[in-house]
Design a protein around this ligand. Structure first.
Ligand SMILES: Nc1ncnc2c1ncn2[C@@H]1O[C@H](COP(=O)(O)OP(=O)(O)OP(=O)(O)O)[C@@H](O)[C@H]1O
Length: 361
């Protein structure tokens, strides 16, 4: 369980320290006061990833040179520090040079925010990121393999664009390396999609109150029998487009409601339920795979939902997960939903005193 968070020169915060309730901590405030930044700090210190940026220096408060995030997680003290050039990690004051060692002492996380609709409506890159965030938490070598694959892909694409006459020998050598790393990632994504699918269906039914069947299907972006050969066969195509024609960077996750693609046929309400269900399914899958529930970080989701869906989501949220929730208003906290927990008011990058959940500003 997470009990403390300290941030220094992180986003808009010079310094802030908060105590996290074992059940629910609400961060309440107007727009642009710093709520999401605190949630992001939790994600960064626990998973070394931000849902908002892949440029780590974005996290450093403007005009300062480095940022610090510390968290107390069970018996462990996690520390993440980022300067213009260097990231420093420590667990219990012992420096970690390898992120897998650090992540071993950390907790799993599921992030929910209003952009989750893009999982259903947006491009395949949103669905790949969805798979990657969970797969990296289940397979220690996943992120390393993915980053390696991405570097190889950039190099191969650069090679394809660089010369008028393509050096196919070198391109083929890259293709063999892409196949090696891509195969592992593809296997992890396929397994994850299979584990997620029954939970997506259950959560979707709970949220929509209907009898529709929601399914997800992993669609590899390459021929599973051999990427290197497939790329050799695609030379004419690659000569024209000057980009790698197949691979896990072309993977997708097909989302179906009653056997039809959700992006084309589901109503807006069904799409919203499905996007929430995808995240709730991550919670169940991570819990089953690891034996303990992940931390749920929920950024401004409740204000976006209509009354029925909000109530359904509140009922569907697992009871035994620790939750940190940001919101601009506590109007949705009523007699039949007032979670066990406490609340902070966030105003101009400063935290107010701890108050009971549902307290008006
Ligand atoms: N590196 C940074 N240094 C200083 N300020 C930053 C930095 N990055 C973002 N900000 C500012 O921090 C402020 C708080 O942003 P944040 O997204 O945390 O607000 P929020 O309370 O979650 O707002 P909303 O409810 O609109 O999502 C914004 O004004 C943003 O411009």
């Amino acid at each position: 369980m997470l009990s403390q968070l300290l941030v220094r020169d992180f986003r808009c915060f010079a310094e802030a320290k908060l105590a996290l309730h074992p059940a629910t901590t609400l961060l309440v405030g107007n727009n642009a006061q710093g709520k999401t930044s605190l949630l992001e700090a939790l994600c960064v210190v626990l998973r070394l990833q931000s849902p908002r940026t892949s440029t780590r220096t974005d996290l450093i408060r403007f005009g300062t040179r480095s940022c610090l995030v510390e968290a107390s997680l069970g018996d462990h003290q996690l520390r993440f520090a980022q300067s213009a050039t260097t990231r420093r990690l420590a667990v219990d004051n012992v420096v970690c040079t390898r992120s897998p060692d650090y992540l071993q002492s950390s907790a799993r996380v599921v992030w929910m925010d209003h952009s989750d609709m893009l999982l259903v409506r947006g491009g395949a890159e949103h669905r790949r990121r969805y798979l990657d965030f969970a797969a990296a938490q289940l397979n220690p070598g996943y992120l390393h393999a993915l980053r390696h694959y991405e570097r190889l892909l950039r190099s191969r694409n650069h090679l394809l664009k660089r010369d008028a006459v393509i050096n196919w020998r070198q391109a083929d050598a890259y293709a063999v390396a892409l196949e090696e790393h891509g195969h592992f990632i593809s296997q992890c994504r396929a397994q994850l999609a299979e584990s997620l699918t029954p939970h997506v269906n259950t959560a979707h039914a709970a949220l929509s109150g209907g009898h529709e069947i929601a399914q997800i299907q992993y669609q590899p972006g390459f021929d599973p029998n051999g990427l290197a050969q497939q790329l050799r066969d695609a030379r004419a195509d690659e000569e024209r487009t000057r980009t790698t024609a197949a691979g896990i960077h072309r993977d997708d996750l097909q989302l179906l409601v009653n056997d039809r693609p959700a992006s084309a046929f589901a109503s807006e309400g069904q799409q919203r339920s499905l996007s929430l269900a995808l995240k709730l399914a991550q919670v169940t899958t991570l819990t089953q795979a690891t034996g303990s529930p992940p931390l749920l970080l929920i950024d401004d989701v409740f204000g976006e939902l209509d009354h029925t869906r909000r109530r359904a989501l509140l009922n569907a949220l697992p009871q035994d997960t620790q939750k940190v929730i940001t919101t601009t208003s506590v109007d949705w906290i009523t007699g039949d939903f007032s979670p066990d927990g406490w609340q902070y008011h966030v105003d101009k990058a400063a935290l107010g005193p701890l108050v009971p959940v549902g307290s008006r500003l």
